[in-house]
Design a protein. Structure first.
Ligand code: C2E
Ligand code: MG
Ligand code: MG
Ligand code: MG
Length: 285
C-alpha cells in the first residue's frame, strides 16, 4: 500500500496486507491451479521407533513448484494456502494421495499428514477422511493427523468434535511443533493427543545446560500427561544417543532419513542413513 504524503511517497509495508507482500499473489494464483497442473507432490520422511530401531511410519510433507519450476518451501506457501482457502482442497488431495500412495502397501505402518486447524474447522473433514479410507480399503489406524500449535486457533466445539470423529475412525491425532506457540498447553488441556512432537529447536538447544534442562522439563511434563513423545530434528548420532538416554519413543530428522519421494517407499525403506548420504554426495558432485 502506497500513501502519498505531500511531495514524498511513503511506502508502508504491512505484512498483514496481502497486496504488499512480494510474491504471495503469485503463490496464491499458483495454488489455485496447482492440482490440475500437477504442481504439488508429497515426500515422505521416516519416523524411527527408538526402542526397536525400526521405522514405525512416515510423515507426508507437501512440495510446490511454480509454473517456471522454482520450488517454494511449505513455510512460505502453507500460510498463503491457509489465508486464501486453497488449503482445504490441497489438504484433501494430500489425504487421498497418502491413502493411495502408501497405505495400499503394508511396508509402512502409519503415515502422518499435517493438517491445518482451518481444515479441521471446515465442515465435513472427518467424513471426507472416512470416505477416503473406505475407498482405498485402508484401516483408520494407519493414519495420524499432525496439528500444529503454532497456528492461532480457538479450540471450539467444532474442532473438538472433529478430532473425536477422527479418533472414532481409529486414526491418531498428534500435536506438532510443541513448544513453539502459546497455544500448546491449552491444546494439551482440552485434547487427548496420542503423540506430541517436540519442536526441533529444543533438541538443538540441548548443547547448553540451560537448553538441556528445558528439554527435560518438557519431556517430564508430557510424560506426566501420558502421551507418547516424538522429538524432531535428530541430525547427529549424538542427538540420537541422547534421545535413547532420555527414553523418547520416536525420533525424526535428517540423521534418520530425509524426506524422499513416494517411489522409495515401495522398497521398504524410506532411505537408510548411509543411502541418504550417498545421494547427497551425488547431488553435490
Ligand atoms: P513440520 O510438520 O514440523 O515438518 C518438519 C519440517 O522439518 C519439514 O520441513 C522437514 O523437512 C524438516 N526437517 C525434518 N528433519 C529435519 C532436521 O533434522 N533438521 C531440520 N533443520 N529440519 C528438518 P518442510 O517439509 O519444509 O515443512 C515445513 C512445515 O510446513 C511443516 O512442519 C508443516 O507444518 C508444514 N507442512 C508441510 N506439508 C504440509 C501439508 O501437507 N499440510 C499442511 N497443513 N502443512 C504442511
Ligand atoms: Mg509435521
Ligand atoms: Mg513439526
Ligand atoms: Mg512445522
Amino acid at each position: 500500500a502506497a500513501k502519498a504524503t505531500g511531495r514524498n511517497t511513503v511506502v508502508v509495508f504491512d505484512p498483514d496486507d496481502p497486496q504488499s507482500s512480494d510474491d504471495s499473489e503469485d503463490i496464491a494464483a499458483t495454488l489455485k491451479i496447482a492440482l490440475e497442473h500437477g504442481l504439488v507432490h508429497l515426500v515422505y520422511q521416516p519416523i524411527r521407533n527408538v526402542q526397536t530401531g525400526k521405522t514405525d511410519g512416515v510423515e507426508a510433507l507437501m512440495r510446490l513448484r511454480m509454473l517456471d519450476g522454482t520450488a517454494v518451501p511449505p513455510d512460505r506457501f502453507i500460510p498463503v494456502a491457509e489465508r486464501t482457502g486453497s488449503i482445504v482442497k490441497l489438504g484433501r488431495w494430500a489425504i487421498r494421495t497418502v491413502c493411495r500412495d502408501l497405505l495400499a502397501t503394508d511396508l509402512v505402518q502409519v503415515a502422518s499428514v499435517n493438517v491445518s486447524p482451518i481444515e479441521l474447522k471446515t465442515p465435513g473433514f472427518a467424513s471426507y477422511v472416512a470416505a477416503t479410507l473406505a475407498e482405498f480399503d485402508v484401516a483408520g489406524a494407519r493414519l495420524a493427523f499432525e496439528i500444529t500449535e503454532g497456528v492461532e486457533l480457538e479450540i471450539d466445539q467444532d474442532v473438538v468434535r472433529c478430532i473425536s470423529d477422527l479418533r472414532a475412525l481409529g486414526a491418531q491425532v498428534w500435536l506438532d511443533d510443541f513448544g513453539t506457540g502459546f497455544a500448546g498447553l491449552s491444546w494439551l488441556r482440552l485434547i487427548d493427543f496420542d503423540t506430541v512432537k517436540i519442536d526441533r529447536s529444543f533438541l538443538h538447544d540441548s548443547n547448553t545446560e540451560r537448553g538441556k534442562r528445558m528439554l527435560l522439563d518438557i519431556i517430564s511434563l508430557l510424560r506426566n500427561r501420558g502421551v507418547k513423545i516424538l522429538v524432531e530434528g535428530v541430525e547427529t548420532i549424538e542427538h540420537q544417543l541422547l534421545m535413547q538416554q532420555y527414553g523418547i519413543n520416536q525420533i525424526q530428522g535428517y540423521y534418520i532419513g530425509r524426506p524422499a519421494p513416494a517411489a522409495r517407499l515401495e522398497t521398504g525403506n524410506v532411505l537408510p542413513f548411509s543411502m541418504a548420504r550417498k545421494l547427497d554426495s551425488k547431488r553435490l558432485s
